[in-house]
Design a protein. Structure first.
Length: 437
């Protein structure tokens, strides 16, 4: 005997909710290669808190979804122990050194999207298409894009000015500060001073104030990747390397991080004709590292990628860009220890047909993706539907209880100052041709 489950049964809706929960994280977007799987329960603290692998840029935190109340999670970082050793028979008592603990709170909130799945009974009859399945497919595409939209804004420290169907969060010019803050859930924080670089000729200049004088010649070149690595090696607060579970060379030749470039920036690298650089060598380096993983290749190495000097370079679909004369929030050198933000205007004389594009470099633990508990479905996502207008029309709704945030902690420098620092992300601004919207 075959058991039939009605499309209107609670079981059917639960099945759809499970599917929506799974696909929102696993669907192929630019966020997919950056997040590991959340582990099952065990004794280690990171496992107890239901966090994914700490060796990837994104940490998936699902402890809020395990039938627990609450919309807030605290994320902590312990500073590195420093200071001089105590030698020989010197007195040790009373000479203990404090280890600074920095923490930040992140929250989740409910995002919903409603779709008129079946505008009318006759439409359903004529098309002979299961429009309920169509509605579910639309929602399965919508929420992964929304999650990446929010994550990219947090990583970049700005929404930027790009518009289009792939963006589900309006620009500040299209809406207002309150609406933007509500949709991003967690505070949008400008890049810290020590994590903000701007291209200036063949060099990288620290701090967003350089945006006032950026010009059309300040585009990406292959030499800038070497300059980025030099910066990574010289800064006091290091970016933690990426360690992939499938990478046998992770401990011997660590991946310094992944650099996400929008299409215009990526094309600048591909077309750089500087005679001392060879883009083919960069492609070969990526292929060699990929081959080390045998058949179990991590998604970070899938698709069109480059690798040089320990940096994986990938193109991304979306762009965080600023038009000449746009204003964006930065943290100046004078405010580096308070992280007080100020408005910076992009060079209005940048040149006709140019704009500033923001690229994102990520090491391990750059951001967190939080999954909460939707009370209506008992999981992160929920799929609901209703029939109205005398059963002639059908409406469906998807819900997602979650939130994203860039990880920021305060670390003590060599002079004893606590400096707010974006933990695993650096942004690099460059001039590109203004192509598309």
């Amino acid at each position: 005997m075959t058991t039939q489950v009605s499309d209107t049964s609670n079981y059917a809706l639960t099945k759809e909710s499970v599917a929506l929960t799974a696909v929102a994280i696993k669907a192929p977007t630019d966020m997919t290669p950056l997040i590991g799987k959340a582990p099952s329960q065990s004794g280690a603290e990171s496992i107890i808190k239901q966090q994914s692998s700490p060796g990837l840029p994104g940490i998936l935190v699902t402890d809020l979804s395990a039938k627990k109340a609450g919309t807030m999670v605290t994320i902590e970082a312990y500073d590195t122990l420093g200071g001089d050793p105590i030698m020989g028979d010197e007195m040790r008592e009373g000479k203990g050194e404090n280890v600074d603990i920095s923490s930040m709170d992140a929250k989740v909130n409910l995002a919903s999207k409603v779709i008129n799945a079946v505008p009318g009974t006759m439409i359903d009859q004529r098309t002979k298409i299961n429009l309920r399945s169509m509605a579910m497919a639309q929602l399965m595409g919508y929420f992964p894009r929304l999650l990446w939209n929010r994550t990219l804004c947090h990583l970049a420290g700005s929404r930027g000015s790009q518009r289009g169907k792939a963006w589900h969060i309006k620009t500040l010019a299209q809406s207002d500060a309150t609406s933007l803050a509500n949709k991003l859930i967690n505070p949008l924080m400008a890049p810290t001073y020590n994590r903000h670089l701007v291209i200036d000729g063949n060099n990288l200049v620290q701090g967003g104030q350089q945006l006032a004088s950026i010009d059309s010649a300040d585009g990406w070149k292959l030499t800038h990747v070497d300059a980025l690595v030099e910066y990574l090696n010289s800064i006091e607060f290091k970016i933690q390397p990426i360690k992939l579970p499938q990478d046998p060379a992770a401990n011997y030749s660590p991946i310094k991080g992944v650099l996400y470039l929008d299409p215009q920036c990526y094309n600048q690298l591909l077309t750089d004709l500087t005679t001392t650089n060879n883009i083919r060598a960069w492609q070969a380096a990526a292929g060699e590292r990929k081959n080390l993983m045998s058949r179990d290749v991590h998604p970070l190495f899938m698709g069109d990628i480059l690798m040089w000097n320990g940096v994986v370079i990938r193109p991304m679909e979306l762009s965080i860009f600023f038009n000449p004369g746009d204003s964006t929030q930065i943290i100046t050198s004078a405010n580096r220890y308070t992280a007080t933000e100020t408005a910076q205007t992009v060079n209005g004389s940048l040149g006709a047909g140019f704009r500033v594009s923001r690229s994102v470099f990520m090491g391990a633990q750059a951001f967190a993706v939080l999954q909460g508990n939707n009370t209506s479905s008992g999981m992160t996502a929920s799929f609901k539907e209703r029939v109205y207008d005398y059963d002639s029309k059908h409406e469906a709704m998807g819900e997602w209880m979650g939130g994203e945030t860039k990880l920021r902690f305060s670390f003590r420098d060599a002079d004893g100052n606590l400096e707010p620092t974006d933990h695993g992300v650096i942004v690099i601004d460059a001039a590109v041709r203004a192509v598309g919207i």
